[in-house]
Design a protein around this ligand. Structure first.
Ligand SMILES: Cc1cc2nc3c(=O)[nH]c(=O)nc-3n(C[C@H](O)[C@H](O)[C@H](O)COP(=O)(O)O)c2cc1C
Length: 325
């Protein structure tokens, strides 16, 4: 099937993407194995989960894992969060030389622990600091630089268009917009009209994000907002096929067999990546997404949560999915 004309190669700064679908940063979920599966299904760029700037500078094993990458996932973006412009710049310099193509700055995380330190979505309330962070990041690297924002802090302070202009003025190459406020967290619907507003406010590419679950959703987002690319988060967890479906290269739903095989492979990749113990724990968080909507998934998960070895978990995954009616 040919690519729909809505889907096209996209240049972000000097980085050329084969199409305009991006796998969103997802804390606890979007490590290398997740990104490998997403890339195989057609997304053009995958972003790491958020990494604290201070953590990246210290680069303990655990933090390194967040941005560890290899040639299977290129291009690849690392997302940093922090509130100190100098730390963000130092973090960028400290990860130079890794297989990384893009730096994304998080200005959308709503979590209390993050915003209470002035990072994530708190930066929507401190545009001057946000500007300083972006300028420092720009000066620290020649890599493509993007910023991920929300619509604003709360309903009374919607400022995504202003923030996007700041990002552009300070040297960002693109901005992605998840049009919910910090106070909304993940409740309600994302307001795509704000993506259109951002698009008409800047010249750099605008990536729309929020509530794209199907190809139709993606086509509507392009049509309603004029955005240049789309970022998909939750709909891709346990469902890497969403990228092929949205692109129009796959026009069916994956069978339960395929879901089971992909889940087992995800577990295998996690084992190779973080060792068996952590892989089994991480897979407990990921598996419900693979089993979404399937009869008996609750009981299946109860069983999986009591399993400590990858061999047993893999066996249980195959048993559940491959014999599922
Ligand atoms: C479990 C989870 C973890 C997330 N982690 C991050 C993150 O690390 N950085 C970030 O910018 N956004 C993060 N997000 C937000 C997503 O990237 C995305 O903006 C949001 O889910 C809306 O897109 P969607 O409707 O396609 O999921 C997270 C969302 C979820 C559900």
């Amino acid at each position: 099937m040919p690519l729909h004309t809505t889907f096209h190669p996209l240049a972000i700064g000097r980085l050329g993407l084969r199409n305009n679908l991006i796998a969103a940063p997802l804390a606890g979920l979007s490590s290398l194995p997740y990104r490998v599966l997403a890339m195989e299904c057609g997304c053009a760029l995958a972003i790491s989960e958020m990494v604290s700037a201070e953590g990246a500078i210290r680069a303990h094993d655990r933090t390194r894992r967040y941005f560890a990458n290899d040639e299977r996932v290129r291009p690849f973006g690392v997302q940093l969060f922090g509130s100190d412009p100098a730390s963000i710049a130092a973090a960028i310099r400290s990860i130079e030389g890794e297989p990384i193509d893009l730096i994304d700055i998080n200005m959308g995380c709503p979590v209390k622990k993050v915003v209470s330190k002035g990072a994530g979505a708190a930066l929507m309330r401190t545009p001057k600091r946000a500007a300083e962070i972006i300028r420092n990041a720009r000066a620290a690297t020649d890599l493509t630089l993007t910023v991920k924002i929300r619509s604003g802090w709360d309903d009374a302070s919607i400022n995504c268009a202003e923030m996007a202009r700041i990002a552009e003025d300070c040297g960002a190459n693109a901005v992605s917009v998840h049009p919910r406020t910090r106070m909304q967290e993940f409740r309600g619907k994302s307001d795509w009209r704000l993506i259109a507003e951002v698009k008409s406010s800047v010249r750099i590419p605008v990536i729309g994000n929020g509530d794209v679950h199907t190809r139709d959703d993606a086509l509507r987002m392009f049509a309603q907002t004029g955005c240049d690319g789309i970022m998909i988060g939750r709909a891709a967890v346990g469902n890497p096929w969403i990228f092929a479906q949205v692109l129009g290269t796959m026009d069916s739903e994956p069978s339960t067999d395929e879901r089971g095989k992909a889940a087992a492979r995800h577990l295998d990749l996690l084992c190779g990546f973080m060792g068996e113990h952590l892989a089994v724990l991480n897979m407990r968080a990921i598996l419900p997404w693979y089993g979404k909507g399937l009869h008996g998934v609750h009981r299946f998960m109860q069983k999986c949560n009591g399993i400590a070895t990858a061999a047993e978990l893999s066996h249980e995954i195959r048993r559940f999915f491959l014999t599922h009616e």
